[in-house]
Design a protein. Structure first.
Length: 292
């Protein structure tokens, strides 16, 4: 196959390959590196022997991803260090452009669970359950038998199924987050309890690592310790779901929260409180732009 036609054929498969790698690695930049490496391997390959280019490329990208995940796990020093994906933070408005940007992103609650999986579990689940790759192919990619690949995906699936899913219309979810913000500003703890699920899960990512707190009282205690008069907060979109961004007196961002709303209550909160992490994110301005 001539180089021009080979390149054109590869470009036809690039969107799906990039989607697979983004879901597997949790980082768009890492995904682009993986897909580029797949192209380099294809360019060096005797491609006349490739009967199914799409399948061949999926296998190659999958193997590159599993190697990257294993390398990431081997060098990780903490739970925070394994999470290399950066959330997509934007204005929380109905915007086709924003929807396109977040199309391949996952809710942060799901990202947290995926990052807790072993590389083989994560890739087996993503390839089979999200991209319908047959288990025989999955096994080849992760270096296991077909039955072992099924077991890997099953273990991952059980953990993923425990992640709360948003319910209700998007505008309703926004209103719940707005009600949470208003109650926190006013110190109205009864109102806070009305929008917090009693068993809300709160993931906190700080400069010192990752912790998990369970229960509405944990969130109430944090609100009591805060000083709303010294903090500026507003609603944003975090990986496509309503969230909260807060700035301190210096004008620097101090917290980013992703909120999962189900049945009219907050059931899961993921907070990024690490200053160095917040500093590298592309964040909306403190004041929301006015719209006609």
């Amino acid at each position: 196959m001539e180089e021009k036609s080979l390149s054109a054929a590869f470009e036809m498969h690039r969107p799906r390959l990039l989607s697979v790698a983004t879901r597997a690695l949790g980082s768009r930049a890492d995904a682009e590196d993986a897909v580029q490496e797949a192209w380099l391997r294809l360019d060096r390959q005797e491609n006349d022997g490739i009967d199914n280019l799409g399948g061949w490329l999926t296998r190659v990208v999958g193997r590159i991803c599993i190697d990257m995940l294993r390398s990431r796990t081997a060098r990780a020093e903490s739970a925070l260090g394994t999470w290399e994906s950066d959330p997509i933070v934007a204005e929380d408005v109905e915007d086709p452009e924003n929807a396109a940007v977040t199309a391949d992103s996952l809710g942060l609650a799901l990202v947290v669970v995926l990052e807790s999986l072993r590389p083989e579990e994560r890739l087996a689940f993503i390839l089979h359950d999200m991209f319908a790759v047959p288990f025989a192919e999955v096994g080849t990619i992760v270096g296991r038998s077909t039955d072992a690949a099924k077991m890997l995906a099953s273990r991952a699936r059980r953990k993923v199924q425990e992640v709360p899913r948003p319910t209700g219309e998007r505008q309703q979810r926004r209103e719940v987050v707005e009600a949470f913000l208003a109650a926190a500003r006013e110190g109205d703890f009864d109102a806070l309890l009305s929008v917090l699920d009693p068993d809300v899960t709160w993931h906190r990512h700080t400069a010192h690592g990752h912790s998990v707190k369970i229960g509405a009282n944990e969130v109430l205690a944090a609100v009591r310790r805060g000083d709303p008069g010294r903090v500026e907060v507003r609603r944003v979109s975090v990986n496509g779901e309503p969230g909260v961004l807060a700035w301190g007196p210096s004008g620097k961002p101090i917290a980013l929260m992703s909120c999962t709303v189900a049945d009219g209550r907050l059931v899961d909160i993921v907070s990024i409180l690490d200053p160095s992490w917040l500093a590298r994110l592309s964040l909306p301005p403190r004041v929301a732009p006015t719209r006609p």
